[in-house]
Design a protein around this ligand. Structure first.
Ligand code: BGC
Length: 363
């Protein structure tokens, strides 16, 4: 997310529409991934199969030194069981593979070590009962110059399709995080359909996550033209509104936000906005008979902690009421829910995500 998306979001929010649909009243009892599923889509679901439900998750490893040198990783092997024990169902693995791919004699290959690191992560996740989303996080590179990076995009999905074709559906593919810029709705459709065709050749029923353009904006859902016959697609949106709160002090979000501080969150109007925004998404989901995955949300570490907790809790609970799966941004680096240095959960944030997490009782 950056300043540009902030402005587009603001514009879209200002033109906000009337939200018709009523809530689908479903409770999300903790612990089971399946509960989140049915209620929201069941009534409308006439076509089978519906994809595997993701449940509760956390974004991992996007900005870890592991990708340059395995020995320098911050993410340790015992983090997988810790994530599971805390109550998460999946991890969303943020991959920036393009810088680790080299072309020689017309073939694009991963540099040595990259795939073995990926294997280590995938196998540890599965072994510990966590589903894993292979999220291509090259959103900046590909959105800026789709044509120049297309060969790598295609090569990446060819390689992943081959590699994981024998794996269970607990490995999920996400074609691209936050398409934007040159990847407007029309071009994004061309690109994702090409990748999806590659994936479907040898992964006919694997759940595949696809979101709308403009950084997976909730306001662009109606530009998403999905192949109706593919019932194994999960639709993703990201939510960081209001940016003035969630990205205060963030250096990558533009000068104004970088210089913003002390913004609080939690008024009646703030809470109502989340509900209103999510209802609009829910309308779309019910109309189109698709599961929703809220793949990123959260508030930057520089926002006041009290507001971050309220925000995180409200977004999660509202998403769960809608029957959506979610993935918190992020485990480590920034927006952290886990303090790697001290080897401990950031309990206020974990408690907001998973109020009955057993890990809240640890010292
Ligand atoms: C980006 C991160 C950024 C986050 C929140 C993600 O999609 O990869 O770099 O910190 O959004 O802005």
């Amino acid at each position: 997310m950056n300043a540009k998306s902030f402005y587009s979001w603001v514009c879209a929010a200002v033109c906000a529409m009337t939200f018709a649909a009523a809530f689908v009243s479903t409770s999300h009892a903790a612990g089971s991934e399946e509960q989140t599923s049915a209620a929201a889509v069941q009534a409308q679901n006439t076509m089978t199969p519906q994809p595997l439900i993701l449940g509760r998750g956390v974004n991992v490893l996007g900005y870890d030194p592991i990708w340059n040198q395995f020995e320098k990783r911050r993410f340790q092997e015992d983090f997988f069981p810790k994530i599971k024990a805390a109550g998460f169902d999946h991890v969303r693995l943020n991959l920036h593979p393009f810088r680790h791919m080299t072309e020689s004699e017309g073939n694009i290959k991963f540099n040595e070590g990259w795939e073995s690191t990926l294997d280590w992560i995938v196998n540890n996740s599965l072994r510990n009962g966590l589903k894993i989303i292979i999220d291509l996080h090259e959103f900046q590179t590909l959105s800026k110059d789709p044509q120049a990076n297309k060969a790598k995009f295609i090569a990446f999905w060819e390689a992943m399709s081959d590699k994981f074709s024998g794996y269970s559906n607990r490995v999920i593919f996400e074609i691209l995080n936050e398409p934007h810029d040159k990847l407007d709705a029309a071009l994004w459709e061309v690109y994702y359909k090409e990748a999806l065709a590659i994936i479907r050749k040898n992964n006919p029923e694997r759940p595949v996550v696809i979101g709308p353009t403009q950084w997976n904006s909730i306001n662009k859902l109606d530009t998403l033209n999905l192949p109706g016959e593919d019932r194994n697609l999960i639709v993703t949106v990201h939510y960081y509104l209001p940016m003035r709160f969630t990205h205060q002090g963030a250096s990558w979000a533009g000068k104004e936000l970088q210089e913003t501080s002390g913004v609080t969150w939690g008024s009646e109007a703030d809470l109502a906005a989340v509900t209103e925004h999510f209802k609009k998404v829910q309308d779309w989901a019910l109309e189109n008979n698709r599961q929703i995955y809220l793949g990123e949300f959260g508030a930057y570490d520089k926002a006041p902690m009290e507001g971050r907790v309220r925000y995180t809790d409200s977004v999660c609970r509202t998403a769960e009421k809608m029957g959506w799966s979610w993935g918190y941004w992020q485990f480590d680096s920034d927006f952290i829910v886990f303090d790697v240095k001290n080897g401990q959960w950031v309990k206020p944030i974990l408690g907001a995500l998973i109020p009955d997490s057993p890990s809240l009782k640890e010292n």
